[in-house]
Design a protein around this ligand. Sequence first.
Ligand code: 3PG
Length: 312
Amino acid sequence: MHTALFEKIEKIGLVPVVKIDDASKAEGLAKALIDGGLPCAEVTFRTDAAAEAIGRITKAYPEMLVGAGTVINVEFAKQAVAAGATFIVSPGFNPEVVDWCIANNVPIVPGVCTPSDIEAGLARGLTTLKFFPAEASGGVNMLRNFAGPFPNVTFMPTGGINVKNATEYAAQRNVLAVGGSWMVNAALIEAEDWAAISALCRDAVATLQGLKLARIGIGTATEEEAKRVATLLAAVGIANLVDEQVEVYASDENTKGYLGFSCINAERSAAYLVDRGFTIEESSVQRNAAGKLLSCSFAEDLGGFALRLFTE
Ligand code: 3PG
């Protein structure tokens, strides 16, 4: 259900949870999020300004993915949809809200924190659920335990997530994207400090990729020469790579080798790198049976080295 929407959310990887008191600040905030690499938001119905803020953002930035959060009754759901929200999020599993959304073909991501909640979602055909409040309900450990009985459910954990623990959440196989409010805190919105919000977003997006130099390829004219280079690199403890992570080979290609980066979600990180000026080498693309990107190389030359991306 609503596959395209959830694919978009997965690619972004992080949904800012916004509480806005003054709707006139909505466009400025939206621009700050877009500039920071997060073209999406869950605008919560915790203030009277929510519906107007959603309306203003969707009008000014139609390319932005705007959902409504804290939708705890059907009235809020109606207001959110009328204002232009693309999806609805709720802190708990309210059958009335969920059933109204399903009946009106509105994507709904209800909050769950127990197996019973998850089963209520599954009974209605929902397989993407918000895990809330994530940290207080058992955090990453709880998500790992959900994966056993519910292998086909993906979660959007929110509540207590910050730049320090976001990567661990994102790395769980059953996490579609994480959510949080740390990059859109009330004081920064109040002060209209858009530069600070963009900087926090950029930092969050970069952290979320989990990019790590995990493999180096050294391709020189002869394998002996490649081994010599590898020995010299080992002497300086380059990136603490162990032997198996260094590949040596004879090469008549233009490159001297490659730098291989592992990441949490190759689809997401490839898009992240493309946004930053890299070009995917189509012939290098490898996908799994479900069509998900596993690895790829990029066309740009980094001082003689190619860039490779892969999921571990
Ligand atoms: C939510 O509604 O998802 C949470 O309030 C966001 O949680 P956080 O403020 O702890 O990030």
